[in-house]
Design a protein around this ligand. Structure first.
Ligand SMILES: [Fe+2]
Length: 197
């Protein structure tokens, strides 16, 4: 039995947030745990590895859009400022879909910037500002890297019987990136603005 005064302190202490807590990880990065989704461990593990690679590249592409949204210059500033932010939001949505697919398969998703930087195969841009045609070329190159890996990963997932991963890669990643490439690439078509050729 606790004394009356001790009990009072315990009650007061219950209001204190229990911060600065530490414990070992519950799942190591790279380890795929079994989840009851009727997929073999090998298939799930392979999909998780592929998805984490494309997740890191999608994070990088997303951040490249925000960089260009902030740093764009010139007469097309306003429309590109808005377009880059629209694509940023769409890529951000893809990041979430990819990360949650990794977790659904029993994997651990890449999350933090240093881990993304370590994993991505998209070349690092300079810290400074670049001209619009260079910004767009850089984005198109990043899209092409993502599209190339997404197509081969989608085929691999289909062959392995991981239809959920195949669907995400085809319906969301491939089609979404292809549409953004269309919007971007049309800005690099050299047509007259005022006087016809
Ligand atoms: Fe903004």
């Amino acid at each position: 039995m606790m004394s009356k005064s001790k009990n009072k302190i315990a009650l007061v202490d219950r209001a204190r947030p229990l911060d600065h807590q530490q414990a070992p990880e519950i799942q190591a990065f790279g380890h795929t745990t079994r989840v009851p989704i009727a997929l073999s461990q090998n298939v799930a593990k392979q999909s998780v590895e592929n998805l984490n690679q494309i997740l890191a590249d999608t994070c990088t592409l997303r951040d490249l859009y925000k960089k260009h949204h902030w740093q764009v210059a010139g007469p097309t500033f306003y429309q590109l400022h808005l377009l880059f932010d629209k694509h940023y939001e769409e890529q951000n949505n893809l990041v979430d879909l990819l990360a949650e697919r990794v977790q659904s398969l029993g994997g651990v998703s890449i999350a933090m910037a240093p881990d993304v930087a370590e994993t991505t195969i998209i070349p690092r841009p300079p810290k400074g500002r670049e001209e619009v045609p260079v910004q767009i070329s850089r984005l198109l190159h990043a899209h092409e890297i993502v599209l190339k890996e997404a197509r081969s990963m989608a085929r691999q997932a289909a062959e392995a019987g991981d239809d959920g991963t195949n669907d995400l890669l085809v319906s969301d990643i491939i089609r979404g990136n292809e549409k953004q490439v269309w919007f971007l690439s049309q800005h690099l078509v050299d047509v007259p603005l005022v006087k016809a050729d």
